[in-house]
Design a protein around this ligand. Structure first.
Ligand code: G4P
Length: 289
């Protein structure tokens, strides 16, 4: 077992059990759930237990960081989630792009609830939304953008863990930050790779050169032209991915004595450039058509 696998095995189960309990406890206080995923890897950035734990509530899926994902692929993902019966929106929580439609979506998924409230004479009763997402998907950015300058802790509701945070965002809507931390479930190594590519898993957990080679595996599949363009390389179809890494390092002049390529430096550079968007908008997962 690699160090990476060892770490994930120890890391996941206990923490998740606690979060699962906290979410279940808070679920009765909310009307719907907003799940934040990374638009580049909507499946890998999703904790599969969420669907099960929150099944009783309407759900809105936000494909965040859509500024870094392939626009066409994100549009396909929106269709994919809608076909599954969820509302879905592509957003960029750094700039706020796409968030204009969020409140209307909350009111749409809760139309029956709003009607029932009105019928009971509770016009304007607060609509409560729990926000869930694995670390680094942009949950804080989303809440900050929505709550804006008027961001205020609404109140700790009685009976709910005191760490629960409520934020009023206007239009009668309150957001509840996830109680607990929702770790990704990456016991599947492919999922772990994808989380590492986008920087959700610390580099130190994975060998950097292995990660760079796997990133090249993924890029040459989906976006070979971007590799060719960025690193001025060609005719690499029949090369192994580690040879491509060497070629990239050589092109960038990352040599050590004896003319060998410093593949560690090349790996760091490649990952940094990918994460920094230097290779353009790239999606790492594609919905099955
Ligand atoms: P979390 O609460 O889910 O852990 O995530 P958080 O909001 O802290 O966001 C994690 C990182 O992702 C932050 O970058 C944040 O700026 C960035 N981010 C969030 N939403 C988007 C988005 O839609 N597009 C892009 N491109 N980035 C986004 P950071 O490097 O940790 O901090 P900083 O760059 O804000 O200083």
């Amino acid at each position: 077992m690699s160090d990476f696998q060892k770490q994930t095995v120890q890391w996941f189960p206990g923490h998740m059990a606690k979060t699962r309990r906290l979410i279940k406890e808070s679920l009765s206080r909310v009307d719907c759930v907003t799940e934040i995923l990374d638009a580049r890897i909507p499946l890998a950035s999703r904790n599969p237990e969420i669907e099960e734990i929150t099944a009783s509530k309407p759900r809105i899926i936000l494909l965040n960081k859509c500024d870094m994902a392939d626009e066409k692929v994100t549009a396909d993902w929106i269709k994919y989630f809608k076909a599954k019966g969820f509302e879905a929106l592509a957003v960029d929580c750094k700039t706020g792009k796409g968030l204009g439609g969020y409140q209307a979506l909350v009111r749409k998924v809760l139309a029956d609830k709003i009607q029932a409230n009105n019928d009971r004479g509770m016009v304007g009763k607060a609509l409560r939304v729990m926000v869930v997402g694995i670390p680094n998907t942009g949950k804080s950015s989303f809440i900050n953008k929505m709550a804006g300058r008027v961001r205020a802790k609404v109140a700790d509701k009685p009976g709910v863990t005191t760490s629960n945070q409520w934020f009023f965002i206007g239009n009668g809507i309150e957001l509840l930050d996830t109680p607990g931390v929702l770790w990704p479930k990456f016991d599947d190594p492919v999922v772990g790779d994808k989380l590492a590519f986008i920087g959700s898993v610390k580099d130190s957990v994975l060998d950097i050169e292995t990660m760079a080679v796997r990133l090249i595996d993924a890029l040459r599949d989906g976006y070979p032209d971007r590799l060719a363009e960025r690193y001025k390389i060609s005719d690499f179809e029949d090369m192994q991915s580690w040879e491509i890494l060497e070629l990239i390092g050589r092109k960038r002049g990352m040599l050590i004595s004896g003319g060998e390529v410093n593949t560690e430096r090349a790996s760091v550079m490649l990952l940094d450039e990918y994460r920094g968007g230097k290779l353009g908008r790239i999606s790492m997962e594609f919905p099955k058509k």
